[in-house]
Design a protein around this ligand. Structure first.
Ligand SMILES: O=C(CO)COP(=O)(O)O
Length: 224
């Protein structure tokens, strides 16, 4: 699968393609596909110290990662990570020069209550560092109800949320905020990728289930 994904990525050199496997597969993935960007699904905020079982940014870099995902909704839920935790991880990763993808997204009940944009901008306010140098900051909007469910946000919902995220980034960071890439994630598949990626301010996709096989992932690369 990695070979076919790497081949598709090199055919589309104009598209930035990366894979974020579990920690134990970072080094083997980099060895197998040296031309592909490899990332981690999480990192610890501290470079060193007594944190048994945790994996630091220098450790994932040493394994071959040039990117990391922080604040995924599953970590916010399962590991009770707060916005402040996510911000500390993002700061650590950016300081080490990693492309750092900070995830935000509302739950189904928050969307039904009409609070989606407030929740997401609140997460951005708390999870993004106020300043950074080194790595590239990227935001991923992942509505929780769309992750792994096959329920995909409509292009109109994605457009309005990405516009709200862009407005927050531009107001907070100025021209630097305009340049931050905003990814959409949540049931992105070969058959909906082109439509979602065509939405204003959708600068890429964070793909879960459909990244597991080349048959599903390569068409997404090609649709980008
Ligand atoms: O959480 C996701 C990526 O991080 C999205 O997962 P799915 O693409 O399987 O919905």
């Amino acid at each position: 699968e990695m070979d076919a994904i790497a081949a598709a990525a090199s055919r589309r050199a104009d598209v930035d393609t990366g894979i974020c496997p579990p920690f134990t597969l970072i080094a083997p993935a980099k060895e197998r596909a040296p031309s592909l960007a490899i990332g981690a699904q999480d990192c610890h905020a501290k470079d060193k110290g007594a944190h048994t079982g945790c994996v630091s940014v220098p450790m994932i870099r040493e394994a071959g990662a040039t990117m990391v995902i922080v604040g995924h909704s599953e970590r916010r839920a399962d590991q009770h990570e707060t916005d402040a935790d996510v911000r500390a991880k993002a700061q650590a990763a950016l300081a080490e020069g990693l492309l750092t993808i900070v995830c935000v997204g509302e739950s189904e009940s928050q969307r039904e209550a009409g609070d989606a944009a407030t929740v997401v901008t609140g997460q951005l306010a708390g999870s993004l560092p106020d300043d950074w140098r080194g790595g590239e900051l990227t935001v991923a909007y992942e509505p929780i109800w769309a992750i792994g469910t096959g329920k995909v946000a409509t292009p109109a919902d994605v457009a309005s949320m990405h516009a709200a995220i862009r407005a927050h980034l531009a107001a907070r960071f100025g021209p630097r905020g305009d340049a931050i890439r905003i990814l959409y994630g949540g049931s992105v598949k070969a058959d909906n990728a082109a439509e979602l990626l065509a939405v204003d301010d959708v600068d890429g996709a964070l793909v879960g289930g459909a990244s597991l096989t080349a048959a599903q992932f390569v068409p997404i690369i090609e649709a980008a």
